[in-house]
Design a protein around this ligand. Structure first.
Ligand code: 3PG
Ligand code: MG
Length: 397
């Protein structure tokens, strides 16, 4: 039995179901530029509709600070949802009160309604009981399918689960199962790949991972901080020199926990931070003073592939180099393709997440070949940091 109540436990026919989804999608000129998050929640919306529920979608959009503001309206997103699911989606201009109640009253079984941005009310982010109550007035059941917003203890992500019968949606369910196989009860050995620009933004994550995984590959700009802490001269590379002690502490903690840290052994150096800038591969003892490291080098790529070969489970967050600038995407793409191959051949359970990471995996063209790719940013990081996620904890049986 799953640790959460799922749609298998719910009798939804004829019921008003408040379904929390994450529609915080990128929009340019009024158009959704990446509908992945909508596509992820579509199966839950359609299942509820097919089972005869009155489906009432709750979501936030952006970070409005001053109540209702047109640029943060969910109205254009209603069309995007309708397009993805191939069904009409009604819209109400408020998430509570008369406008919401009237729109809900008009719903027939199987109909779908999107309520306006929950963050137009201050009570949402404050998890104010009065706002929770006003939302709950329109629902018989609550389903949360927004893992990517589960690190927020807001009214629509946490509060509602205390006042209505609460269930995990299909996407939330899949996400939780994937994460469980990634770090909860993983098949060992487990390797984590962590990249990205800064150590400072991933201190808690590194601290937690060294205690949970067997090997930790560190790449991206943050690797420079670790290399510098060991006396490597990194030239003009991105590097947090003031975090040298912290980097050494993380390495000591890893050693005590029997976690092997795999740092780059060579580097791709360029003199301009731009696509197709002239570059050269150097050993760590020869990084030019006026150059900057933009990717890990060829020997490092081979070592990383070896670490992937040794692993039964892999969790990944953050690119290994400046992947948005060719050819400094080389290591990230090579590692991603290797992970995809090992996964497809049945040797590896692979879980990846985070905004940059998903972009990098899409760029490598293999995002569909991993065991699970999370569309969550902050929530995925907090999960990797071992922090409790309020929107998940409240769903536990
Ligand atoms: C996200 O886009 O990461 C989630 O929807 C959460 O949004 P938030 O960071 O504004 O809370
Ligand atoms: Mg965020």
């Amino acid at each position: 039995m799953p640790a959460f109540k799922t749609l298998d436990d719910a009798d939804v026919a004829g019921k008003r179901v408040l379904l929390r989804v994450d529609l915080n999608v990128p929009v340019a000129n009024g158009h959704v530029t990446d509908a992945t998050r909508i596509e992820r929640v579509a199966p839950t919306i359609l299942e509820l509709s097919k089972k005869g529920a009155k489906v009432i979608l709750l979501a936030h959009f952006g970070r409005p600070k001053d109540g209702p503001t047109p640029e943060f309206s969910l109205k254009p997103i209603a069309h995007a949802v309708a397009k993805v699911i191939g069904q009409n989606v009604h819209f109400a201009e408020d998430s509570i009160g008369q406008k919401a109640a009237e729109a809900v009253a008009k719903l027939g079984n199987g109909d779908i309604l999107l309520l306006e941005n929950t963050r137009f009310h201050k009570g949402e982010e404050k998890n104010d009981p009065a706002y929770v109550k006003a939302l709950a007035a329109n629902g018989d059941l609550y389903v949360n399918d927004a893992f990517s917003a589960a690190h927020r203890a807001h009214a629509s992500t946490e509060g509602l689960a205390h006042v209505l019968p609460a269930y995990a949606g299909r996407t939330m369910q899949a996400e939780l199962e994937a994460l469980e196989s990634g770090l909860g009860h993983p098949k060992r050995p487990v390797v984590a790949v962590v990249g990205g620009a800064k150590v400072s933004s991933k201190l808690d994550l590194l601290g937690n991972l060294v205690e949970k995984v067997d090997a930790l590959v560190i790449g991206g700009g943050m690797a420079n901080t670790f290399l510098a802490a060991q006396g490597v001269k990194v030239g003009k590379s991105l590097c947090e020199h003031d975090l040298a002690d912290t980097a050494r502490e993380i390495m000591a903690k890893a050693q005590a926990a029997n976690c092997t840290i795999i740092l780059p052994v060579d580097a791709i150096v360029a003199w301009h931070f731009e696509a197709n800038a002239p570059f050269h591969a150097y050993g760590l003892d020869a990084i030019p003073e006026d150059g900057m490291i933009l990717d890990v080098g060829p020997q490092s790529i081979e070592r990383i592939k070896g670490a992937i070969d040794d692993a039964a489970t892999l969790v990944w967050n953050g690119p290994l180099g400046a992947f948005e600038l060719t050819p400094f995407d080389k290591a990230t793409v090579a590692a991603a393709r290797h992970v995809a191959e090992r996964t497809k051949s049945g040797h590896l359970v692979s879980v990846a997440g985070g905004g940059d990471t998903v972009a990098a995996l899409n760029h490598a063209g293999i995002a569909d070949d991993l065991t699970y790719v999370s569309t969550a940013g902050g929530a995925f990081l907090e999960w990797m940091e071992g922090k409790p996620l309020p929107g998940v904890d409240v769903l536990k049986r």
